[in-house]
Design a binder for this molecule. Structure first.
Ligand code: KE4
Length: 431
């Protein structure tokens, strides 16, 4: 890889920014490589500051389901910006986006906009605690819900990517209220409830896990969580920051036909601008200030530029549901091609896919990867080699074994075919 400008800029960045990046996973540490600095992107193509162009399967970690610099989104942002960037006062576009979210996700009676997925999940937990008067939360090993203290316990994404089983700075007082269960293991949840049921405010779950790599819910898992939360009076929170509007117009809850009490959202609903949101049952949401007593606020919540970008992107998805069939078709072709390549080369790996999100695990497990424990048996060194070979072949993948490959509408058949060829070349060098 010829990236002298990125290397120079990284050496510059580390002098002013911790680790040279504003989010850890971007540092390429777990793939033992120097990070590339991006100049620009359009559609499925992303170009670094050395002029190397790649087909992008990171999609800014999920938001860009219609591809980079999608013209109607850019136009909406330009028009909004020309009228001012932030007012700290209500605007019409906030209701436009809130109503569209309600229409696409019927379990959401009202929704509060915030500026990140972390803010959304942190606020949803506070709301669930305020609504139930209880203190504990059940989360799952390997699931990542952003970096608020209560969730940095055996979290996924950058926490496992950097091998941090949990984070310094999270107090014992906080950690004691976070109970850990195993994904796809209902018994592990039932045990927690039988012991602490009367003090568990909420279960929070990624309905399809994307932060230990893609791990799908097994048959009955989500339904079992729904039943348990009903039985014990806990709030069921679906963290759909990744799956929302990605797996279906109504997200994972439509895809699996399970209705949570609260849903957290992000990524796609901001069209690539800073965003988060949480919403759900009216009786719960009404506890939020200023109507209720649970406090949450934000200077840039409902920012008109993020609202304009998000509304434009969601509206496109809502009015063109055939997009999901197209994403499914393209992702299935990529999955099939990779599986054929694994057959051809004999490389031991597992492909997990849900719609247009997937992960190739370099893992010798026989059968399905269905838990954090399974995923953690993956060979991260081999993934690092695969990542670098792919990059050399013009394919930009997540710089971590424990993230997602995202397919967008902007990926052409040719892009997918090229990715399958590049995958074969990389696997042949790895075997
Ligand atoms: P943000 O605070 O990063 O907007 O959202 C946090 C979050 C919450 N819930 C889920 C299911 C998420 O996946 C995320 C953030 N995802 C990671 C990557 N898997 C963001 C990338 C990064 O941290 O740089």
């Amino acid at each position: 890889m010829n990236i002298p400008n990125s290397i120079r800029e990284f050496h510059r960045a580390v002098r002013s920014i911790p680790g040279g990046v504003n989010s850890p996973v971007r540092a390429f540490k777990s793939v033992n490589a120097d990070p590339i600095f991006i100049s620009h992107a359009k559609g499925s193509q992303i170009t670094d500051i050395d002029g190397n162009t790649y087909t992008d399967f990171v999609s800014s970690w999920g938001p860009l389901i219609l591809g980079h610099a999608y013209q109607p989104v850019i136009k909406a942002i330009e028009e909004a910006a020309s009228k001012g960037t932030s007012f700290g006062a209500p605007t019409v576009i906030e209701s436009d986006l809130a109503e569209l979210i309600k229409k696409m996700v019927p379990s959401i009676d009202t929704v509060r906009m915030v500026s990140s997925g972390t803010e959304a999940t942190m606020s949803a937990l506070r709301l669930a605690r305020g609504f139930t008067g209880r203190e504990m939360v059940v989360k799952f090993e390997g699931c990542y819900h952003g970096h608020s203290d209560s969730f940095l316990i055996k979290a996924g994404s950058g926490v496992i990517t950097l091998g941090l089983p949990d984070s310094p700075g999270v107090t014992i007082g906080t950690a004691k209220d976070t109970l850990l269960a195993r994904y796809n293991d209902l018994e592990s949840v039932e045990k927690l409830f039988s012991k602490n049921g009367e003090n568990i405010a909420a279960i929070i779950v990624e309905p399809v896990a994307g932060n230990m790599g893609v791990v799908l819910p097994g048959p009955g898992f989500l339904k079992g969580l729904r039943e348990l939360s009903h039985k014990y009076g806990a709030v069921l929170i679906f963290d759909e920051v990744i799956t929302g509007f990605r797996l279906a117009r109504g997200g994972a809850q439509e895809y699996f036909d399970i209705t949570p009490d609260l849903t957290t959202l992000g990524k796609i609903i901001g069209g690539g601008l800073p965003i988060g949101a949480y919403g759900g049952k009216k009786e719960i949401m009404e506890m939020l200030a200023p109507k209720g007593s649970v406090y949450q606020a934000g200077t840039l919540s409902g920012n008109p530029l993020s609202m304009a970008a998000g509304f434009t992107m969601l509206n496109e998805l809502n009015e063109n549901p055939e997009i999901y069939d197209e994403l499914e078709r393209k992702a299935a072709i990529l999955e099939r091609g990779i599986k054929d390549n694994l057959e051809k080369t004999g490389v031991k790996a597992v492909v997990n896919r849900a719609g247009s999100m997937m992960t190739l695990f370099f893992n010798e497990i026989e059968g399905v990867i269905s838990s954090f424990e399974d995923a953690m048996q993956s060979d991260t060194e081999k993934y690092a080699g695969y990542f670098k070979l792919s990059l050399q072949n013009g394919i930009y993948l997540a710089p971590s074994q424990f993230e997602c490959t995202f397919i967008s509408r902007a990926h052409s058949e040719e892009n997918i075919s090229k990715a399958i060829t590049a995958n074969l070349e990389a696997l042949q060098q790895l075997k």
